[in-house]
Design a protein around this ligand. Structure first.
Ligand code: ATP
Length: 288
C-alpha cells in the first residue's frame, strides 16, 4: 500500500502533535519510525489507521483519504503498546473477531504464532500478563496480513526471546507475503536490522527519511591512540567518544571521502560503523 502524507497537522487543543508532515511510503517495504517521547509517532500512526482525524493536511492510502473509509481501514492494521485491543473473552474470541474484520486473515498462521509465543488459545485475555497481551497483539497484527501493518511499540512488556521471535516472524512473513510495515520502536538497535528505510520525526516534524544503509553510512567510528584520533577528528562532527585505557573510539557524523580514509589508515586508525541509535540521538538533538 502506498501512503502519501501531505502537510499533515494534528492538534490536541493547544498541543501541536504533528506539525506539517510530508512524505511518501512505497508499497512493500519495512519502515522504521523513530522519534523521542512525545515526538508524534503514535499520533501519526493513529491518523494513518484512521483512529483519529487530522486537523489539516492529507493522509492518503493508495491515493484515497483514509478517514471514515471502511474499505481502506479493513486493510490497515495498527497494533499499539497496550497489546491486543479486544480484552473481553478468550484468545480464541480475539482471533475470531479479527478473522471477521480482516479479509486476508490466516487462521492457521495465527495458531502457529500462538504456539511460537506460548499463548494458550483458551486463556482469558484480561487475565494475561502485559507481555502476553502484547504478544497476542503481535499475533493478530501479523496474521491479519493487512497490506499496511503498523506496530507502535507493540513489543512492550515482551521479554527478549519473545521480541526476537516477533522480529523473526515478521521478517519471514514479510518475505513470503510482501506488504508495507511501519515499526515504531525505542529499542532501535534491536529493530534496526529489519528497517529498509527510516523516518525520524522530532516535535511533529520530519527530520530524516532515508534508506537505512545510507543513514548508517553517515556514521563512522575512528579508533586508535587518543592523540591521533583527536588530530584526525579535529574539525569533524564528533557525536561522542569512549576511552579504553590509551585507546579512544570517536563517533563521527558525515561521509569520509577516500582521501580521508587513506589518511586514517596511514595514521594507524581503524574505521568502523556507528550504531543507528547514536545517529538517532545526534539527529534528534542529544539530551534535553
Ligand atoms: N490524547 C491526547 N491529548 C492531548 N495531547 C496528546 C494526546 N496524545 C498525545 N498528545 C500529545 O501529542 C504529542 C505527541 O504525542 P505522541 O503520543 O504522538 O508521541 P510519541 O512519539 O508516540 O511518544 P512516545 O514515544 O512517548 O510514545 C505529545 O506532546 C503528547 O503530549
Amino acid at each position: 500500500m502506498r501512503i502519501d502524507v501531505r502537510d499533515l497537522v494534528l492538534r490536541y487543543g493547544e498541543t501541536t502533535a504533528l506539525d506539517g508532515l510530508t512524505f511518501t511510503l512505497e508499497s512493500g517495504k519495512i519502515y522504521g519510525l523513530l522519534g523521542r517521547n512525545g515526538s508524534g509517532k503514535s499520533s501519526l500512526t493513529s491518523v494513518l489507521a484512521a483512529f483519529r482525524r487530522q486537523t489539516s493536511g492529507e493522509a492518503l492510502v493508495d491515493g484515497r483519504p483514509v478517514f471514515e473509509n471502511a474499505d481502506l481501514t479493513r486493510r490497515i492494521g495498527l497494533v499499539r503498546d497496550e497489546g491486543e485491543a479486544i480484552t473481553i473473552g478468550t484468545v480464541e474470541d480475539a482471533l475470531y473477531f479479527a478473522e471477521g474484520l480482516r479479509p486476508n486473515w490466516d487462521a492457521g498462521y495465527a495458531r502457529s504464532l500462538l504456539e511460537t509465543f506460548g499463548i494458550p488459545p483458551k486463556a482469558n485475555v484480561k487475565a494475561m500478563s502485559k507481555g502476553q497481551r502484547s504478544a497476542l497483539g503481535v499475533v493478530v497484527g501479523l496474521a491479519s496480513r493487512t497490506p499496511l501493518t503498523m506496530f507502535d511499540e507493540a513489543h512492550l512488556g515482551m521479554d527478549v526471546p519473545s521480541r526476537q521471535a516477533f522480529h523473526d516472524a515478521l521478517l519471514a512473513d514479510y518475505m513470503a507475503h510482501p506488504r508495507t510495515f511501519v515499526l515504531a520502536s525505542h529499542l532501535i538497535e534491536e529493530a534496526a536490522p529489519l528497517f529498509e528505510e527510516v523516518l525520524i520525526i522530532d516535535r511533529g516534524r520530519l527530520v530524516v527519511q532515508e534508506d537505512a544503509g545510507t543513514l548508517l553510512s553517515r556514521g563512522v567510528s575512528v579508533t586508535g591512540p587518543v592523540a591521533r584520533v583527536d588530530a584526525f577528528t579535529a574539525g569533524l562532527t564528533v557525536l561522542g567518544a569512549r576511552d579504553l585505557g590509551p585507546t579512544r573510539s570517536a563517533m563521527v557524523y558525515g561521509d569520509l571521502d577516500d582521501t580521508r580514509r587513506r589518511e586514517a589508515a596511514e595514521a594507524g586508525l581503524e574505521l568502523g560503523p556507528v550504531a543507528m541509535q547514536e545517529l538517532f540521538v545526534h539527529l534528534t538533538g542529544g539530551p534535553r
